[in-house]
Design a protein around this ligand. Structure first.
Ligand code: ADP
Ligand code: MG
Length: 485
């Protein structure tokens, strides 16, 4: 058993070229068409292992090119016969389609066919497509198991099986299905497991179904991507929609994804955004398969600029040019945060990740910061409460005095105290000229921060007092230490 460990900060010069893997000519042309010039670190390390026919466990953060890390060596090994040679198991239909597209592009010059098998599509149609003699099958676990249990795929003996986005499959409760799928597969199969994180359950699964695997791990300098500018805003619970609308105006994102916790929230927010003239659409698991695909196509083609999505629907999706990711609520755990913001800042592009948190959720921000070691900048939405007297004075000084106002003032001054009149008009001026305040004031936030830091120092003292601290549910360090030694 061999462990390959590398830093993603490795300089480009130390990366091998695609040519150095001895790949077939048509594949090099496909890689060139996709615009890949150098292999990413996970590709540089995984491709030779897969080409050798070894089982592999590969871990690298999202957006690092894991798809091509298995697609390239698999395509290089494709034989000219009529059977399915590789099976890719992936958590969602959108990912299945995305992977299929990458295979089709890479294998374009050899006209390699793929087939996607996922729930929500007619079983008969999927069986008909099998007659086209695809070489690569990309499937979600549930539907694939259904086909296998009902004996609908004849002579199914792929040589390579890939478990893609394995941690997502764990989260979605697919591990049992995956184990069942393996009972239908030949025992001498080459198995590749790819994942962004390595929770214990995935390590256990790997030990059961892989055979003397090699390990590759690209440990990022930070878990989260350096190209993502991460900010958060502390707001009140009832201000989420207003905050999103204002931030969309302030940031004018080219293309953004807003993550919500529930499907209903996604629908409601998408509707509100459309009413405010934004090109928005919801994407979640309750939607018809056709509608989901339609939304994704339009988002890719930029006719939809804002995707309001739940986690599950958008796991692992690679959409280029997402400039902003918004977290409508704080994500439920640091893992989810990393996955969500990984939808932007992909393939070397810059991105912005904005998280909305209420005072109650403030603690979670602290956990994310600790767990990801990322820098999240606390920001504040400027509003009427922030206007200072100098600005106000200069705004007022710039105004003219009309003839009618002079006349009205003469008539009014006998009826209202001039100070009262002035205060009322000033209030009106501020209300109409300055945006409404959203979120906590700087003073309130400062208080929260003081409370947070005193709470965490008490906690540290308590933990230091204990002999053994209990293991957190998720910590990349623990995960990696146990599997990578
Ligand atoms: P992951 O599965 O690790 O989250 P993907 O396989 O979806 O990442 O790849 C992320 C993006 O990086 C995709 O747009 C892909 O086309 C691009 N990409 C992959 N490999 C390379 C490469 N060698 N050079 C440039 N871009 C790449
Ligand atoms: Mg992926």
């Amino acid at each position: 058993m061999q462990t390959h460990n590398n830093k993603s900060s490795t300089t480009q010069q130390s990366q091998p070229s695609f040519e150095s893997f001895g790949l077939r000519g048509y594949l090099l042309r496909g890689i060139n068409e996709l615009g890949f010039s150098t292999p990413s670190p996970i590709q540089a390390q995984s491709i030779p292992i897969v080409l050798k026919g070894k089982d592999l466990i590969a871990q690298a953060q999202t957006g690092t090119g894991k798809t091509a890390a298995f697609a390239i060596p698999i395509l290089n090994k494709i034989q000219r016969n009529d059977s399915i040679e590789a099976l890719i198991i992936t958590p969602t239909r959108e990912l299945a389609m995305q992977i299929s597209e990458e295979f089709l592009k890479l294998g374009r010059f050899a006209r390699i066919k793929t087939i996607c098998m996922y729930g929500g599509q007619s079983i008969k149609r999927q069986c008909d497509l099998l007659k086209n003699k695809p070489k690569i099958m990309i499937a979600t676990p549930g539907r694939l198991l259904d086909h296998l249990m009902n004996g609908r795929i004849k002579d199914f003996a792929p040589k390579v099986v890939v478990l893609d986005e394995s941690d997502e499959m764990l989260d979605m409760g697919f591990l049992d299905d995956i184990e069942s799928i393996f009972t239908y597969l030949p025992s001498d199969i080459q198995t590749l497991l790819f994942s962004a994180t390595m929770p214990q359950a995935i390590q256990d699964l790997a030990m059961r179904i892989l055979h003397e695997p090699e390990f590759v791990k690209i440990s990022p300098v930070d878990i989260t991507n350096q190209d993502i500018d991460q900010k958060y805003y502390i707001i009140n619970e009832n201000e989420r929609d207003e905050a999103i609308l204002r931030l969309l105006e302030l940031e004018s994102p080219v293309k953004s994804i807003i993550f919500t916790r529930t499907k209903k929230e996604a629908d409601i927010l998408a509707q509100k955004l459309m009413e405010s003239n934004f090109n928005a659409a919801a994407l979640h698991g309750d939607m018809e398969q056709r509608d989901r695909r339609d939304v994704m196509v339009r988002f890719r083609q930029n006719t939809i600029e804002i995707l309001v999505a739940t986690d599950v629907a958008s796991r692992g999706l690679d959409i280029s040019d997402v400039s902003h990711v918004f977290n409508y609520h704080i994500p439920l755990n640091p893992e989810s945060y990393v996955h969500r913001i990984g939808r932007t800042g992909r393939a070397g592009k810059k991105g912005v990740a904005i998280t909305l948190a209420t005072p109650l959720e403030f603690k979670e921000i602290h956990k994310i910061k600790q767990s990801t070691k990322a820098t999240l900048e606390l920001c504040h939405i400027e509003g009427e409460a922030d206007i200072d007297s100098d600005t106000l004075l200069s705004k007022i000084a710039a105004l003219g005095v009309s003839q009618s106002s002079l006349e009205h003032f003469e008539n009014l001054k006998g009826h209202i105290d001039p100070t009262q009149l002035c205060l009322k008009l000033l209030s009106h001026f501020i209300q109409t000229q300055c945006a409404k305040t959203i979120g906590l004031s700087k003073e309130e936030i400062a208080k929260l921060e003081v409370r947070q830091s005193s709470e965490s120092s008490t906690k540290t003292q308590r933990q230091n007092g204990k002999k053994r601290s209990s293991k957190p549910r998720y910590s990349n360090k623990n995960i990696t230490d146990s599997i990578w030694g």
